[in-house]
Design a protein around this ligand. Structure first.
Ligand code: GAL
Length: 368
């Protein structure tokens, strides 16, 4: 057995070695330093981030791989495991579901990988080392302030919509908006048109997580344009004429804002509407130029990518990345770096998005 083996030994050792080498990178690909996991390709926002990462990484010394979770926490876990098998040392991840992502990052932590939450916080776990994000409270406050600044008279019907309850940002956006809207609801400028939960809390300036959850549960769009459309149709069908005319609409992001705006535009009893947005998606910039959406909150994804990759390189170089604050994720204070946001409406599309080379003028029609 041994002899044969011996003759065989050299050949088989070679083959075993090859197999082991192949086993490490189980798809035969090369090892990866930084793994990046984004929630879905079905929303322009995250396709934007993918492109901005690629642009930023073009001449990086470190190898990276970007994977999408297609709106599934199970797929997200698979993605993280695939990247761990490729030997990543840093994981940059936007969770599909902030709480459900805990198990994926705990697996990464066990392998000694440094975890950076990207844009959305991962909650109720100590397996998150850093967080890079935009000022999400300011996003909601800016959307609400826009509606306040454009409200004429009193009893202006106010339609509230929110993001997905699985997304910690949805709570921050709504909390930021409520802080600005609540005093204007209490003084009669606005009357709530589509949420009994919000109506029941209209005298509460500060809302607890549970109270926020109750309202979000009732007016969530799940970040889905179709859900948003169906909800808006249901609300307008249920609304009497006293809740129509000139109205205000808090839409949480651009993808949902466009479908909600289309529903309001098609209701003949609605004479005018102001509708908010977020993300400065190209299609919504065109809507703003065409007067079909009122504003958006621009979040310069280039800054977020720069912060995330800057942190990753510091970590790979054995340094401690710079942070500017922290977020309590229900388990630990996560060290964070936060970027400001910019309100964009028809008056400053050119200065904020074209002159900054975020987009090209040729990508739009009717841009003065
Ligand atoms: C949020 C993100 C927004 C928006 C939304 C939908 O977490 O901060 O920019 O895109 O998800 O995916």
């Amino acid at each position: 057995m041994i002899k044969k083996f011996k003759g065989l030994t050299f050949l088989s050792i070679l083959m075993v070695f090859a197999l082991v080498a192949a086993g490490c990178n189980n798809d035969g690909g090369s090892s990866v330093d930084v793994g990046i996991v984004l929630p879905t390709k079905d929303e322009p926002r995250w396709v934007q981030d993918e492109q901005r990462f690629k642009d930023a990484l073009a001449d990086s010394d470190y190898s990276t791989e970007i994977l999408f979770s297609q709106g599934s926490s199970a797929k997200e876990k698979e993605n993280v495991e695939a990247l761990l098998n490729k030997g990543i040392k840093v994981l940059i991840i936007t969770p599909h579901d902030g709480a459900a992502a805990a198990s994926a990052v705990e697996a990464a932590k066990k392998e000694g990988v440094t975890v950076i939450a990207y844009d959305r916080l991962i909650t109720d776990t100590d397996a998150v080392d850093y967080y890079v994000t935009f000022d999400s409270l300011a996003v909601g406050a800016a959307q609400a302030q826009y509606l306040v600044d454009n409200a004429q008279g009193s009893d202006v019907p106010l339609y509230l919509y929110a993001g997905a309850a699985s997304d910690n940002n949805a709570f921050l956006f709504f909390e930021g908006a409520w802080k600005v809207l609540q005093p204007k609801i209490a003084d009669g400028t606005f009357k709530i048109a589509n949420s009994s939960e919000a109506e029941g809390l209209k005298d509460s300036a500060e809302l607890s997580r549970d109270q926020l959850g109750k309202i979000i549960g009732q007016v969530t769009t799940n970040w889905d344009a179709n859900d948003a459309k169906n909800k808006a149709q249901t609300h307008l069908t249920a609304a009497g004429d006293d809740l129509k005319g000139d109205v205000a609409v808090l839409a949480p992001n651009d993808g949902t804002a466009r479908s909600i705006a289309d529903v309001f535009a098609s209701d003949s009893v609605i004479s005018s509407y102001f509708v908010t947005g977020q993300d400065a998606e190209k299609a919504s910039i065109q809507y703003i130029i065409d007067g079909k959406q009122s504003m958006t909150v621009f979040k310069d994804v280039r800054a977020l990518v720069k912060d995330a990759m800057g942190m990753a390189v510091e970590i790979l170089d054995g340094n401690t990345p710079e942070t500017t604050g922290s977020y309590d994720n229900g388990s630990v204070e996560v060290k964070a770096k936060q970027t400001d946001v910019i309100v964009v409406n028809e008056d400053n599309v050119k200065s904020e998005l074209i002159d900054s080379e975020y987009y090209e003028a040729s990508e739009f029609t009717g841009l003065e």
